[in-house]
Ligand binder design. Structure first.
Ligand SMILES: [Zn+2]
Length: 431
C-alpha cells in the first residue's frame, strides 16, 4: 500500500511523462562515448545544473590516470593509435598530447536538519556510453509501436540518471527531506579507473548506495555480481634471424604461449571463476624470432577468496627478471565481487515491495550476474548498494539499445518512493 505522500509522488511523476521523454532525447543526442570530452562536459553541466536547482552544492573531483598497460578497449580503429603499444586512449606516445582525464561531478544536498533522521544516500550514475560519437547511432527514435525508443546510451544509463533526477525533483517538490550525494562519473564503461578513488571515498561517508544501471530483463534486480579484474602478460625474449641463427634467439611468443596454456586451466565454471585471454600481440615477421609478446586478459570471480586464488595463480606465471625468455605480470583486480549481504537483501526486499505496490505494479525478481558496475566498488567499501534501479530495456552496448518508454515514469516512481521510505527511516538497511 502506498501512503498519501507516496501517491502524490507517483501522480507528480505521471504528469511528467512527456518531459522525461523529451529530456531523454536531449541527453541521448549529446555524444558521450569513447571519452568524448565536449559531450561529457556538456551533459555533466546540464545534469549538475538540475542538481543545483534542487539546492545542491556541486564540485568536480579530478580523475586519476589509468594504469598505462591496460588495453585501449574496443574503440574502433582510428579513435586511438595505440595498438602495438601498451597505451590507452590517446596516450602521449600515440597522439603527442596527454589524454583528457574526465572528472567526477559531485552534488551534495543542502543541509536540512529534518533529513538527519534517515540514512545518508549516495546516488551514482555514469554519463559515458560505449557508442562512437562519429558513428551512425546518434539519436533517440521510436519503434513503430511507440512503446520503445532506441538511442545510444538510452538504457545504459542516461535513462537511469534521468529517473534518479526526476525522483529527487518530485521529492523536493513534496518537501520530503533527504540527505544525499549524487556522483556522476564519466568512465564506467572503461573500468572506472579515473573515478575509483572518488567512488570509494564517498562510499565510506554514506549509508546506502543507489546506482542507476538498467534493470535486468523483466525488471529484475541484480542482488549479486561477480568481480572483475584485468591483467597483462608480457613475454620478452631475444630476437634472431629465424634461418641464419635461430638457436641464438629466445622466442617471446612461445614463452607467452606456455603461460597461456596454464591460464586456460584456471577457469572453474562450477566455482564461477573464469579467465579470458585476448587480444594478443607478438612478433614482427615470420622470419624473425620474436622478442616481445603480449596478452591481455580478464578474470571474473564470485568472492574475495576466489579473487585471491586467481591473483596468486596469475602472479605465479611470472618468471624471474633474469630469465631468458622472461614473463612479467601486471594486473588490476579493480572491481571486487558484490555478494548478496543481509543489508543488500533488506534493501532489495524493500525495493520489491515498492515495485509491487506502485500504481502500475511490476514484479521484481532477484538475479545474479557476471557483469560488473560501480556498485561493485561502492559495496567493496562497505556501502550496501542496489545497482539496477534504472530503466527497463535491453541490447546494452549495441546499436539497437532500447528503453521501454513506460519504465521512465514507473522507475522514477519506484526510486522516489524507495528514497522517501529510506529518508523517513521506514527502511533501515542496518537492521
Ligand atoms: Zn552502465
Amino acid at each position: 500500500m502506498l501512503s498519501d505522500l507516496e501517491l502524490k509522488l507517483c501522480r507528480a511523476l505521471d504528469a511528467r511523462a512527456g518531459d522525461l521523454l523529451a529530456d531523454l532525447a536531449r541527453y541521448v543526442a549529446i555524444p558521450t562515448g569513447l571519452n568524448h570530452t565536449p559531450g561529457l562536459d556538456e551533459l555533466r553541466g546540464l545534469l549538475t545544473d538540475r542538481l543545483r536547482a534542487l539546492g545542491c552544492t556541486t564540485d568536480l573531483i579530478p580523475g586519476d590516470p589509468r594504469p598505462d598497460w591496460l588495453y585501449a578497449g574496443d574503440a574502433p580503429p582510428g579513435t586511438h593509435g595505440t595498438h602495438g603499444t601498451h597505451g590507452t586512449h590517446g596516450t602521449p606516445a600515440s597522439h603527442g598530447h596527454a589524454p583528457a582525464i574526465p572528472p567526477t561531478a559531485r552534488a551534495r544536498s543542502a543541509a536540512n536538519p529534518r533529513a538527519r533522521l534517515g540514512p545518508k544516500i549516495l546516488l551514482v550514475g555514469h554519463i559515458d556510453t560505449v557508442h562512437d560519437p562519429r558513428g551512425p547511432f546518434r539519436e533517440l527514435s521510436f519503434t513503430p509501436d511507440r512503446r520503445v525508443v532506441t538511442g545510444p546510451g538510452a538504457v545504459d544509463m542516461k535513462g537511469g540518471i534521468l529517473v534518479a533526477l526526476a525522483a529527487l525533483e518530485a521529492l523536493a517538490e513534496a518537501a520530503v527531506p533527504v540527505e544525499f550525494t549524487f556522483l556522476l562519473n564519466s568512465d564506467e564503461e572503461t573500468g572506472s579507473f579515473h573515478s575509483d578513488r572518488a567512488l570509494a571515498a564517498e562510499a565510506a561517508r554514506h549509508d546506502v548506495g543507489l546506482v542507476f544501471e538498467p534493470s535486468l530483463p523483466g525488471g529484475a534486480l541484480a542482488t549479486a555480481r561477480k568481480g572483475s579484474g584485468q591483467f597483462l602478460l608480457e613475454a620478452r625474449g631475444v630476437s634472431a634471424h629465424a634461418g641464419r641463427d635461430f638457436e641464438k634467439g629466445a622466442s617471446a611468443v612461445y614463452e607467452l604461449a606456455r603461460a597461456l596454456v596454464r591460464t586456460a586451466a584456471l577457469s572453474d565454471l562450477p566455482r564461477g571463476l573464469t579467465v579470458n585471454v585476448g587480444p594478443l600481440q607478438g612478433g614482427t615477421a615470420t622470419n624473425v624470432v620474436p622478442d616481445l609478446a603480449l596478452a591481455w586478459g580478464n578474470v571474473r570471480f564470485p568472492d574475495p577468496a576466489a579473487a585471491d586464488h586467481l591473483a596468486r595463480a596469475i602472479d605465479a606465471l611470472a618468471t624471474g627478471p633474469a630469465a631468458v625468455p622472461s614473463l612479467t605480470v601486471k594486473r588490476a583486480f579493480n572491481r571486487p565481487a558484490k555478494p548478496l549481504t543481509p543489508a543488500v537483501e533488506r534493501l532489495a526486499l524493500a525495493a520489491r515491495a515498492v515495485s509491487e505496490s506502485l500504481p502500475r505494479p511490476h514484479p521484481m525478481p532477484f538475479a545474479s550476474t557476471g557483469g560488473v558496475c560501480d556498485g561493485n566498488i561502492l559495496q567493496a567499501h562497505g556501502l550496501p548498494t542496489l545497482d539496477t534501479l534504472g530503466v527497463r530495456g535491453g541490447d546494452l552496448h549495441k546499436p539497437t539499445e532500447f528503453v521501454e518508454v513506460a519504465s521512465l515514469v514507473e522507475r522514477a516512481q519506484l526510486v522516489a518512493v524507495l528514497i522517501s521510505r529510506l529518508a523517513s527511516g521506514q527502511i533501515n538497511p542496518a537492521a
